[in-house]
Design a protein. Structure first.
Length: 397
């Protein structure tokens, strides 16, 4: 009934006549005269039996309840008659339009069914993605059933790409942009940017996240794909900007051998996005294949218990009145490959001033400032401390 009324409304907008649609039992299930919906239209049964159109003039309908002058035409879908279209008006006026209108109704009916099937498939794919990505443990039999239904290879190697668009969809509703249309375009852009069309799973996980489960042939293939990931992500960002989708984050997880294990790849991508946003790492493109990302992640892999032991060892340094200045100078010194001359230039201080401050760190901590391994250890510990303390709000390391 819902499809019938949807089609009737769409067709009525372009017609000067009232129309109705009856089902195979003769009941009106769609009408431009809403009060007729649900009532029995006896002549529809005759039309279905004879499988041809019938005309009804004033004389013919005067003794028939719920029958109006006009023409009744069988409507076919995939060679099967699915109902009867009634066009209301003087028979001689409506008859010339009958075939054209019935064909148009059949076309709109098919389009509506196709659209609903497409929406159902999209919703099923979203549900499948939510099941395999948001659950640490999944039922393999259930996953295989989903894969069979959606024609998705179970044993194909894949990795997860997460595209976080924030509240852009909600904003599009406020801007009166059709959400369904925008979602379709964004999914198309995502597949195009990452050159993913065959055996790919690309869907919205929720209103904020698009996920792309990209298939790869092998570990070597996965590494080759990651070589292009940053460039492809920039391309995606450019395409999204044409739809006023900005400030997005894109991340890729590691490869998984079967689709029921893909949750691990998704969680890795999510953790990268969370880390990147927490520490304001720009651009918002993250992958473990990037040395710059690994460099930022490394200090945070230090065990918290071990970190506490080292910080206890550095207590005197932390309590020094010049702590912030000393640490900033030390970190710049490390970033300049332990080159005092270059570091002092970057800090806009005299070379001797930097030497004095580094020696002060040596005196407080007993760390050898000229020893690479000592400096590396202190550098990693202080990077983590700086980003997890109030100091990070005052000074960027």
């Amino acid at each position: 009934m819902q499809i019938a009324q949807t089609v009737v409304k769409a067709v009525s907008r372009i017609l000067p006549f009232h129309i109705s649609f009856s089902d195979e039992q003769g009941y009106i299930i769609g009408s431009s005269l809403p009060e007729r919906i649900g009532s029995l239209h006896e002549p529809s049964k005759e039309v279905l039996e004879k499988n041809t159109y019938l005309l009804f003039d004033e004389e013919k309908v005067k003794n028939q309840p719920n029958v109006l002058p006009g023409i009744a035409v069988p409507v076919k879908l995939d060679s099967s008659t699915v109902g009867v279209l009634g066009i209301i008006g003087p028979p001689k006026q409506v008859e010339p339009y009958a075939q054209l209108i019935s064909k148009y109704v059949e076309m709109r009916w098919q389009e509506t069914i196709d659209k609903q099937l497409e929406e159902l498939e999209t919703k099923t794919l979203e549900t499948f993605a939510q099941y395999i990505l948001l659950n640490d443990k999944t039922n393999q039999v259930r996953v295989e059933q989903y894969c069979k239904m959606l024609d998705i290879p179970f044993h194909t190697k894949r990795f997860c790409i997460v595209v976080d668009i924030g509240d852009s969809l909600i904003s599009s509703v406020q801007n009166k942009t059709p959400v369904g249309q925008l979602k379709e375009r964004l999914l198309y852009c995502t597949q195009q940017a990452f050159n993913s069309y065959h055996n790919v799973i690309c869907t919205f996980l929720n209103t904020e996240k698009i996920i792309l489960l990209k298939p790869v042939q092998s570990e070597h293939d996965y590494l080759d794909v990651l070589e292009q990931f940053i460039e492809q992500s920039y391309h995606l960002i450019d395409m999204f900007e044409t739809y006023q989708i900005t400030n997005i984050s894109v991340a890729a997880g590691n490869m998984c051998h079967t689709i029921d294990r893909i949750s691990a790849s998704y969680q890795e991508a999510e953790s990268l996005i969370k880390f990147g946003r927490e520490f304001d790492i720009s651009p918002g493109i993250y992958t473990f294949h990037s040395w710059s990302i690994l460099k930022e992640l490394l200090p945070h892999q230090i065990d918290a218990h071990f970190q506490d032991k080292i910080m206890f060892r550095l207590k005197s340094l932390l309590e020094d009145d010049d702590f912030a200045e000393l640490i900033e100078n030390f970190l710049v010194y490390c970033r300049n490959k332990m080159n005092i001359s270059q570091a002092s230039k970057d800090l806009y201080i005299h070379r001797n001033t930097l030497i004095y401050r580094l020696k002060k760190i040596e005196a407080i901590t007993s760390i050898n400032i000229k020893d690479f391994e000592h400096c590396m250890m202190l550098y990693l510990v202080l990077k983590r401390y700086g980003k997890s303390s109030s100091l990070s709000k005052e000074r960027s390391f």
